[in-house]
Design a protein. Structure first.
Length: 269
């Protein structure tokens, strides 16, 4: 009745179906894990943004990698801006998520002979990308900044290629170890994403928008879809097998109902 399942065509189809089921199940769990990571990340961001501000020196130090649990914490620092070592970070988008420009990265010199990098915000790109752009002047004298603590950017954690041979005072990544090479003092690991300054100064770069920590993304929906697909594979295989059996039975019945033709006698008139 189902001997056709042993044909080459059906053996290949069955093997493909058996391979697809565990693959789709694994893809579903992969999306589930991405959903769980997104939810945990949103929770971390929300908790850290709402935590009381602390001095940046309490959470990081020169050569230290900012722990994941401390990213997005609100921190404060007091010092003077080192305009001479200010750089811009290329290929960054503005708050509209479309306009391309620069982040302005300025070292803040601390009283204890150390420094911390401050991302003062975004400015639009000019017409000549080979020149250092016009940057709004940082407040002069002693200043107290408040911002979000971020980990150093690397190609591995950001996906941004660290391009070499860029124009002077232009970089691809915000990285304290790289900037420490140009300064004559230790630089705290990570950087501060500026949200407030006292004094504020005149016209300043556009502040970097706070992260959206309410959107959980479509990963759970994708997980359910993959699991539904995995359940649909055996159902589809059964439907196809029953249809094949029905078609073969119909052809056999049709052949049995058709009378055999009797060959004409040899030499008949």
């Amino acid at each position: 009745m189902y001997r056709f399942l042993l044909t080459r065509q059906w053996v290949i189809l069955t093997l493909v179906a058996l391979a697809l089921i565990p693959t789709m199940i694994r893809l579903g769990f992969w999306q589930l894990h991405r959903h769980e990571h997104r939810v945990a990340q949103n929770q971390l961001i929300g908790d850290n943004l709402g935590a009381p501000a602390v001095a940046v020196e309490k959470l990081t130090a020169p050569g230290r990698t900012v722990p994941r649990d401390d990213t997005w914490r609100t921190v404060t620092a007091t010092g003077t801006y080192d305009i001479a070592h200010e750089v811009v970070v290329r290929q960054r988008t503005g708050s509209d998520e479309q306009s391309i420009g620069y982040f302005v990265l300025t070292p803040l010199l601390l009283p204890d002979e150390r420094a911390v990098l401050v991302n003062r915000g975004w400015i639009p790109a000019g017409t000549d990308l080979t020149k250092f752009p016009e940057v709004p002047a940082a407040p002069s004298g002693k200043v107290t900044v408040t911002g979000r603590l971020k980990a150093d950017e690397t190609t591995g954690n950001s996906g941004i290629k660290d391009k070499q041979g860029l124009p002077p005072r232009q970089v691809s990544l915000i990285n304290s170890e790289q900037q420490a090479k140009a300064l004559s003092r230790p630089v705290l690991g990570g950087y501060v994403e500026l949200t407030a300054s006292s004094p504020k100064g005149g016209k300043q770069p556009q502040p970097v928008a706070a992260p959206n920590h309410s959107d959980i993304g479509p990963h759970m929906a994708y997980a359910v879809q993959w699991w539904l697909f995995s359940a649909g594979v055996p159902i589809g295989w059964i439907v196809l097998a029953r249809r094949e059996r029905r078609d073969r039975a119909a052809e056999a019945a049709k052949a049995a109902a058709t009378p055999e033709k009797i060959p004409a006698a040899a030499g008949a008139d």
